[in-house]
Design a protein around this ligand. Structure first.
Ligand code: CP
Length: 304
């Protein structure tokens, strides 16, 4: 029995196996339609979600399994003070696997240490979001056919952006990646990611506040939302929220085969005019997230 709390819990070989399984599911969905008959996924979401919770649930239904869903912490016994550890022990009596989102960093790890079933981190505070990274990796693989030798720009909230932290960790295991870190001063990448992952592994990187000055270099542009829910001070959020707004004009210098990713939800940071651009990958990324979650469920339940 194993859990996935951090993307580094999966080896490069396992990531490739998940990608291969997801691609196989895309080509042969009927082959997988009953593979999880009789199995139950519990989705425990202590923070709002559209994509992650519903794609986990769609994933389990498309594998033939069932879902126990807790989408509102206020309607659970967490609101009476029940601990994450006790919640995990209790859910182990009802389900075969848990996907948990929590506003506190480390909560899914605590759940994994106390559950008798696999736990998947579906996002913990400003820390990690490994299954979003699985969606991102499948998108990059299907668009570029490789992970090596790519220049990847991360733009927006790199401080609290858990999807950014997890994707940088994942890409650090490939060769020839150049990281381009684009953010306001106040939302720069935390040093535990910059030093431990990028600098200690001798990756080339650039840090800038100016998106347009680096646009022509990029193979991948990973846009992110400035997250109101992570700010202690509304005035700071209002000052920073529109730091970057991607418009068609700003793509004038971009490569013809640039891939634009965004974990979504977006607010203002990508103009809807970009949606028609064939370089926009963010809605494909949503769909790929479901297939990678299907593959991960199969791996952790040891069904394949
Ligand atoms: N990308 C992502 O985690 O979206 P949700 O918050 O809607 O799950």
């Amino acid at each position: 029995m194993r859990s996935v709390i951090n993307i580094l819990d999966l080896s490069v070989e396992e990531l490739q196996k998940l990608i291969d399984t997801a691609n196989n599911i895309i080509e042969n969905p009927k082959k997988y339609a009953h593979i999880c008959d009789g199995k139950k996924l519990a989705t425990l979401f202590f923070e709002p979600s559209t994509r992650t919770r519903l794609s986990f649930e769609a994933a389990m239904y498309e594998l033939g399994g069932n879902v126990l869903s807790m989408s509102d912490a206020g309607s659970s016994s967490a609101s009476k003070g029940e601990s994450v550890a006790d919640t995990a022990k209790v859910i182990s009596c009802y389900a075969d696997i848990i996907a948990m989102r929590h506003p506190k960093e480390g909560a899914p790890l605590v759940a994994a240490m106390n559950a008798d079933i696999p736990v998947i981190n579906a996002g913990d505070g400003g820390h990690n979001h490994p299954t979003q990274t699985l969606a991102d990796l499948l998108t990059i693989y299907r668009e570029k056919g490789r992970f090596d030798n790519l220049t990847v720009g991360f733009c927006g909230d790199l401080k609290f952006g858990r999807t950014v932290h997890s994707l940088i960790e994942a890409l650090s295991r490939y060769n020839g990646i150049k990281f381009v870190l684009i953010s306001p001063e106040e939302l720069k990448l935390p040093s535990y990611v910059k030093k431990d992952i990028i600098q200690n592994n001798n990756f080339e990187y650039v840090q800038t506040t100016d998106l347009e000055s680096v646009m022509s270099e990029l193979d991948i542009l990973y846009m992110t939302r400035v997250q109101r829910e992570r700010f202690f001070n509304e005035a700071d959020y209002l000052r920073l929220k529109d730091s970057y707004i991607l418009t068609p004009e700003k793509l004038n210098n971009a490569k013809k085969d640039l891939s634009i990713l965004h974990p979504l939800p977006r607010v203002n940071e990508i103009s809807i005019a970009i949606d028609k651009d064939e370089r926009a990958c963010y809605f494909k990324q949503v769909l790929y997230g479901k297939y990678m979650r299907m593959a991960l469920i199969l791996m952790l339940l040891e069904v394949l």
